[in-house]
Design a protein around this ligand. Structure first.
Ligand code: CA
Ligand code: CA
Ligand code: CA
Ligand code: CA
Length: 360
């Protein structure tokens, strides 16, 4: 089969020199190079009304990233160096990541709802969904919402490094599994059909390739290389909402949420993952401040909420732990000399004579 560029669409240039064209999301079809990675809307776009039966058949299934290693069925339990396996869960036929404190993040096109984490279903808190944006009115394909009850797990660290290009990441998703090997294009590219009947949580690995704004979403991409890492991975249908983790200073952090793929430069079979394809994940570093202000308790939101110049647990002594949602101390000062001195200093700076008299 002869490689040919897509006939329409914007042009994107990638750091690896690839020049790709893609159609707008409104023009998605079997032959569109970009594929939304799940949800009812994505599937209805992908399969179309003519294949509605297929759509229904898939409704109860889940998914997993496509990996090059072995026969593609491995990596269905946490890796030895676990970046946060149990925090990635099922949001209907796609994924979602638990951030701790009762909050979940996923792609907007996946949508809010009950989430299954570590085999337990947690109910959605109605109307708790918040769409993440860039502060200039551009809505990202990214939402947070609450579940209640929720697991009492530690808060999930979120990457704040603005550029992790070239760094290794672990991708955890529950999209379609790996099916039969395929070849296409000239020069020949190798890939796999998606195994449409299979969705299991799986992890894979890749390197961050480049940054790009995709449909108003600040994102980074990974490139599915022919000669990549051992568990070189590419997202498939159903991997939307899955997590991409990076290790910073010895600590794993959530860096992105998968939401789209791109198949540049070659017409490949429908429902397939080929070397040269890209996976896009929203860049949480770009949205970190907003997300943390929403989902974290006061004692873990990286802000001095009460103006005492002490930030969060354990530095602010009024915080009992990172889940404490009150950074402000008790209204009545303690009788300790330190407490009185602190209050006196506060009142002096405020200049309130009336309040100063209360000290006498
Ligand atoms: Ca790669
Ligand atoms: Ca705080
Ligand atoms: Ca404080
Ligand atoms: Ca305080």
């Amino acid at each position: 089969m002869r490689c040919r560029p897509e006939k329409t669409g914007a042009v994107a240039t990638f750091s690896n020199g690839q020049r790709a064209r893609r159609l707008s999301l409104r023009r998605e079809s079997w032959h569109s190079p970009r594929v939304r990675l799940h949800s009812s809307r994505a599937r209805s776009v992908l399969y179309g009304l003519a294949s509605f039966g297929v759509c229904l058949a898939l409704a109860g299934s889940a998914g997993a990233v496509i990996i090059d290693s072995g026969d593609g069925t491995g990596n269905t339990s946490a890796p030895a160096d676990d970046p946060g396996w149990k925090y990635v869960g099922a949001r209907w036929a796609s994924g979602a990541v638990y951030l701790g404190n009762g909050w979940v993040v996923t792609a907007n096109h996946v949508g809010p709802g009950d989430v299954n984490l570590d085999g337990v279903s947690y109910p959605y808190v109605p109307d708790s969904k918040i769409r993440i944006d860039d502060g200039m009115g551009n809505l990202a394909d990214l939402i947070v919402f609450q579940i209640d009850p929720a697991p009492a797990w530690a808060l999930l660290p979120i990457n704040g490094e603005p550029d992790i290009s070239g760094e290794p990441v672990i991708m955890i998703g529950r999209g379609k599994g790996r099916g039969a090997s395929q070849t296409a294009c000239h020069p020949t590219k190798n890939g796999y059909l998606w195994l449409l009947t299979s969705q299991t949580m799986r992890w894979g690995e890749n390197l961050v390739d480049a940054y790009e704004n995709v449909d108003d979403t600040d994102a980074f991409s990974t490139l599915f290389d022919q000669s990549g890492l051992t568990h070189e991975a590419q997202a498939a249908l159903g991997d939307s909402g899955g997590g991409v983790f990076v290790k910073n200073g010895g600590q794993w952090e959530l860096a992105g949420v998968m939401f789209a793929t791109l198949e540049p430069g070659c017409v490949q079979p429908p429902d397939s993952a080929f070397h040269g394809n890209l996976t896009y994940a929203s860049d949480l570093a770009a949205y970190r401040e907003q997300i943390i202000s929403i989902v974290r308790p006061e004692c873990a939101d990286e802000i001095d909420n009460d103006g005492d110049l002490l930030v969060d647990y354990p530095d602010d002594p009024d915080c009992t732990d990172e889940f404490d949602d009150q950074e402000k101390g008790p209204l009545v000062p303690s009788a300790s000399p330190g407490g009185l001195a602190a209050l006196a200093a506060l009142l002096l700076t405020s200049g309130g004579l009336e309040r100063r008299r209360r000290l006498r």
